[in-house]
Each structure stands twice: as structure tokens, then as C-alpha cells.
Design a protein. Structure first.
Length: 340
């Protein structure tokens, strides 16, 4: 008996005790529904039967919802009642800095997709890993276009060195083998999301996972050979069913990934550095020149790489610069921190 048959219809959609425990006794009449796609003026949802209508109250902002969200709705009118708390949430601050942009919610595994060509950038992958740690999702590096290079093993070694015990998968996104390689993270009731730059093969991989003949297949586009940059072929976030019972969220390509409101993710990723930082003689140590700096001491004796410390300091500074702070006597005034 497969794991799919052991789950209830809602559990197959990713429903679990985490969400069930949030439903109040007086809300038993309402229907749990999951957000399947978010557009500028509308939201599409699914339930245990299939696609369903979800009516939002007047003046609602669709930007407040993420693909993967669980909501309660009136089963007759389809009217939205409330959103349940998220188990995990992946969000980013866009270049204009106007609030956080929701990317995906309630994601068990975050597939960070890059390709074995000029797109491969360890510093950018670090940022994705930090955001995955902040979101609470398990990160997996997926290296696409492995069939187009003889140096695929070198790319994998560089990716594996980014974080201990980090799964790194080499594949050709168009091959049936890709589905088998990612199967451990795509089991019944599990939700994964694909993030990465344009042109790295996310939509191609989604089509492979859900089946090439699926009506919900994603459009794909070519990349420029000289810089491996692609055009945005995915313009909206969307949830897709995988035949084996899992779900995958495709997202538009992210050109620039800014760090903001993500201090915990940085601390987790740079746990070796932050642990040393707590041992410095001065509480406000800048880890550059102060005597008794445990971080610089580790760099001097060779147990900590200087470039890793520099990236840590750079990301901390960017996070402070881009994260808004609450100020004012009643904590209701939002302002940006000064530049460092």
C-alpha cells in the first residue's frame, strides 16, 4: 500500500495537525482550502475535490497571500474567512524596498536551482541558503544542465562545501531520471518550491515532475549563451500536483536577492562564526581590529577562513541596512536604519 492511500484527501494537499489545531470549535463548518496561485487581482485555491472559488472581501490585497497558504472559507459562498498561521514562509525584499514580497508558504523543501554554467554563483547560493534557514524549510541544491558540461563534479563539490550535510543533486531537468532523483523530497503530502535565477531550468524541471502532458505545464525559454541569463518565463507563483502525491511550487526568476529581516537565518548559516563572536572581549566588537577578538583570532590561527568572515560581516551590514525598525513611543512608526 502506497503512502498516498494512507493519507486523507486533505493530508494529500499538505494538511497536517499544525493547521488542524488552529481551527477553533466555532469554525468547524468552514472548509480548509489551499492557495494554488496568486495573481494581481485574483486568487485561485484547491480543496480535497479540486479547484474551487475563493472570494475575497472588498479592498483585499492579494499580495497578503502566498502560494501554499491554508485558509478557511465558507463552503457555500466560497468567501474567505481567515488565513491560518504559516508553518514556513519564504519571502524577499524587492529592490524598491517596499515591504516583504511573499514567495511561497508551508514549504517542506526548498529546491535552490542553479545550472552548471556561468549562472553558478556560490555567494548567491549562500543567500538562498540563509533565506531557507530563516523560512524553516529544508534546502536542497539542484544543479541543472549537468549533461552539458564535463565539470559537473566540480560544481557539486563547491555547492556541497557551502553548508554541512547539504544535499546537492546533479541532473538534466528534461530527463525522467530527474523525477527519481528528487523523489525523496516529493512524497505524498509534501510540498517543495523551486527558486533561482531565470533560465536555470526551473519550469523545465516542474514540467518533468508533474508530467509533460499536464495541463498546468509551465512555459520554458532559452538562455543567452555568453552569460547564461534567461528571460522570465514564469510570471506568477503556482502550485502543481506531482503524480506520486507531492506538490511543487514554481516561482519567477529572481535577478537580485537582497538580505533583509533575516538575522536568524544568518546566525544559523554562519553558526561557526557567531559562536566565536560571542566569545570576543568586547560586546560591540566589530571583528576587524579589536584586541581579544575571538573571530580574528580564529582567522589568524587558520581555523576560520578570512573570506567567510568578510561575507558574514557584509551580510550582517546589509541586513541591518535593509531591515526596517520600529520606533516612536508607541512602537507604531516604521523607519529604516541608518547606513553602516
Amino acid at each position: 500500500m502506497s503512502s498516498l492511500t494512507l493519507l486523507s484527501p486533505l493530508e494529500r494537499l499538505g494538511w497536517s495537525g499544525f493547521f488542524r489545531d488552529q481551527v477553533e470549535p466555532g469554525e468547524a463548518e468552514f472548509a480548509p482550502r489551499r492557495i494554488a496561485s496568486v495573481h494581481r487581482s485574483r486568487i485561485e485555491a484547491i480543496d480535497a475535490i479540486g479547484s474551487v472559488e475563493l472570494e475575497l472581501p472588498p479592498n483585499s490585497n492579494t499580495a497578503d497571500f502566498a502560494v501554499g497558504d491554508w485558509v478557511l472559507a465558507d463552503p457555500i459562498s466560497g468567501m474567505f474567512i481567515r488565513r491560518l498561521d504559516r508553518k514556513t514562509v519564504f519571502q524577499r525584499r524587492p529592490e524598491n524596498g517596499r515591504g516583504q514580497q511573499l514567495v511561497a508558504a508551508n514549504v517542506d523543501t526548498l529546491f535552490i536551482v542553479t545550472s552548471c554554467n556561468a549562472d553558478f554563483n556560490p555567494a548567491r547560493l549562500e543567500r538562498y541558503l540563509i533565506m531557507a534557514n530563516q523560512a524553516g524549510s529544508n534546502p536542497v541544491i539542484v544543479l541543472t544542465k549537468a549533461d552539458t558540461t564535463e565539470d559537473a563534479g566540480t560544481f557539486r563539490a563547491q555547492a556541497e562545501a557551502l553548508q554541512p550535510d547539504l544535499p546537492v543533486i546533479l541532473l538534466n531537468g528534461r530527463s525522467e531520471e530527474a523525477r527519481q532523483l528528487l523523489a525523496p523530497w516529493c512524497s505524498a503530502g509534501q510540498t517543495s518550491a523551486l527558486v533561482g535565477s531565470s533560465g536555470v531550468g526551473k519550469s523545465t524541471l516542474v514540467n518533468t515532475l508533474v508530467g509533460h502532458g499536464a495541463e498546468t505545464g509551465q512555459k520554458t525559454g532559452a538562455i543567452r549563451e555568453y552569460d547564461a541569463q534567461g528571460r522570465h518565463t514564469t510570471t506568477a507563483r503556482s502550485l502543481h500536483a506531482i503524480p506520486d502525491g507531492g506538490w511543487v511550487i514554481d516561482t519567477p526568476g529572481i535577478r537580485t536577492l537582497y538580505i533583509s529581516d533575516i538575522a536568524d537565518g544568518i546566525d544559523t548559516f554562519f553558526a561557526d562564526v557567531t559562536e566565536l563572536a560571542s566569545q570576543c572581549r568586547f560586546r560591540d566588537c566589530s571583528h576587524v581590529h579589536e584586541p581579544g577578538c575571538a573571530v580574528q583570532g580564529a582567522v589568524t590561527n587558520g581555523t576560520l577562513a578570512a573570506d567567510r568572515v568578510e561575507r558574514w560581516r557584509t551580510l550582517l551590514a546589509e541586513n541591518r541596512e535593509r531591515s526596517p525598525m520600529v520606533s516612536g513611543p508607541y512602537g507604531n512608526k516604521i523607519s529604516k536604519k541608518k547606513r553602516y
